[in-house]
Design a protein around this ligand. Sequence first.
Ligand code: HEM
Length: 444
Amino acid sequence: MALLPVLPVLLAAAGLAVAASLALGLRRFYRAVAEHRRVRLLTAKLPGPPLMGSGLAVLGGGVWRRHRKAITPSLHLDILRDFVHIFHKKGAAFAEQLAALADRGEAFDVTPLCGACANNSICETVMSVDVAEDDPGKRAFLDAIPRGLDHFMYRVCHPWFLSEWAYSLNRHSFPDYLEIKGALNSFTHRIIREKKEALRQDPQQQPQQPPPQRRRQAFLDHVLSSEEGAALSEDELAEEVKTIVSIASGSSMDLLSFLLYTLAIRQDVQDRVRQELDDILGEDRARPVLPSDLAHMQYTERVVKEVLRYFSVVPIFARAVAEDLVLPSGATLPRGCQVAFWLPYTHRSAQWFPEPDAFDPDRFLPERSRGRHPFAFVPFSAGPRNCIGQRYAMMFVKTVVASLVPRLRFEVPDDGPRTLADVRLQMNLTVSVRGGAVIRTRRR
Ligand code: HEM
């Protein structure tokens, strides 16, 4: 009983001590990683709540390996090239929307529009859903994605709700969560079944056919018709589709909205991107963007990389230490210890990025990247558990930018930030602009 009055003080002191040692430990740990020391041990994943799907992002061990092997070939570069015309189609529709807003002259938050563009692109490329836009199942699915991410974050921040049983006791949130789960499950399973049926009726699409004869239209078509994909049951595949769609749409939305916001704030960067695109696309600014155009968009690619460095869109990821890890200081991170990587710390390191708070895309020029540590820039993580969609993400944003920038000019309203350092951030599963990325557009 005598302990009770001082308990809060003791707990606060213990908390401070743990926080301080963690901060110190992470600093040293980062140095160890930067020196390539035994990072290969850090492949074990921390458990988390299902991110709308119990797929790659939350699986571990042998199951994760089997899933990753089944999924990886279906995001191969040759397949991604086929997606560029879809990215362009969605980008062109986005340009029309923005042009209509330009005519009204109003300032608006571009983030939800980026989200719709990303969602539509991802659903079509991942599932190739030949379903009418107003199909109730499709609408419910698209609507459920951002709501599902909110539940995920809520549960991460309230860890006593991580278990499904405990969450079912939350009368405020659980009914909405169940509705979201139902919408995601029923649409995903419906599409998988329809595709399986189509596959059964089309012998050209059977896995034993040699690759050149197969029509690889979308990620899901490819998984279903590949030998690797046959390792997944229908339920497992549905979990992967939900996982990929949810991870891809949230992160792509934030990356695209940071990119457009950056162009609006940094007119000099926007002018160079536009000049590059005018040179590549020529007179016909509205012509479809081709996969071969993307390879020429070198300045734009450097801008995307600098946005990923400057804002660290996915700022944190964690690993469990699989074996005792001795740091350069001599301290040991014991086996089972959990380590979080805080990317803004890595990406703003003056050691690898001189003047780290300056936004300078040309720091990614080959001659200025020479000698930089391979783990100094890791927006998509690194190692065996890196992002499976990093090439997808780069191709998506580059194509959409090529569909928008030649036709439109982006600006910030008079009361908007004058410099990138003025942009206020908020953290969810990803980082986004606090209060919205409010811009104005003008037709060119
Ligand atoms: C738009 C920018 C994106 C960023 C910045 C990003 C970043 C990341 C990061 C940092 C991780 C590692 C997380 C961890 O270790 O816990 C990751 C994992 C993952 N990402 Fe992405 N991502 C992006 C887009 C995408 C896209 C477009 C897809 C799918 C097409 C995707 C699918 C995944 C999957 C499935 C994983 C889990 C991989 C595994 O654990 O095996 N991501 N992403």
